[in-house]
Design a protein around this ligand. Structure first.
Ligand SMILES: [Fe+2]
Ligand SMILES: [Fe+2]
Length: 136
């Protein structure tokens, strides 16, 4: 399994959000590493206790940020977050039951969702925010 890296391509141009994204990517990499080292139990606990918690913190922080700048696409963006929240919450009980296949799917999905969501959604509030700042 290859590790993933944050790159400029993923920059949204809002410092706090970029550092949260970096932290999330580091956390997902840590889960990959634990799995590779055969520490499945530890990986599972880290995923359920740390990643899902930090992910929720991040989604909330973004929603607060978007509201604070009166972002016009807030509803659509929030909907994308809510869809992901739902998918993740359905994974959790299966992971807790010890289903390895479901766990691996959840880890893979977290990464691919984060990656495409940053490119498709998060970058847009960054553009809006930076344009607004430039014109004021
Ligand atoms: Fe987002
Ligand atoms: Fe984000």
């Amino acid at each position: 399994m290859t590790l993933i890296e944050w790159s400029e391509k993923l920059a949204v141009g809002v410092g706090e959000m970029d550092s949260q994204h970096k932290k999330l990517i580091d956390m997902i990499n840590k889960v990959h590493e634990l799995i590779e080292q055969g520490k499945g139990e530890e990986a599972r606990e880290f995923f359920i206790n740390e990643i899902t918690r930090y992910l929720e913190e991040h989604l909330k922080a973004e929603e607060e940020f978007m509201k604070s700048i009166n972002y016009p696409e807030f509803e659509r963006h929030k909907q994308a977050h809510d869809n992901f929240r739902k998918v993740m919450s359905e994974f959790i009980p299966k992971i807790k039951e010890g289903d390895c296949k479901e766990f691996r799917s959840a880890v893979a999905l977290s990464w691919s969702w984060l990656y495409s969501h940053i490119l498709k959604f998060d970058k847009r509030y960054g553009e809006f925010y930076n344009k607004r700042n430039a014109s004021s």
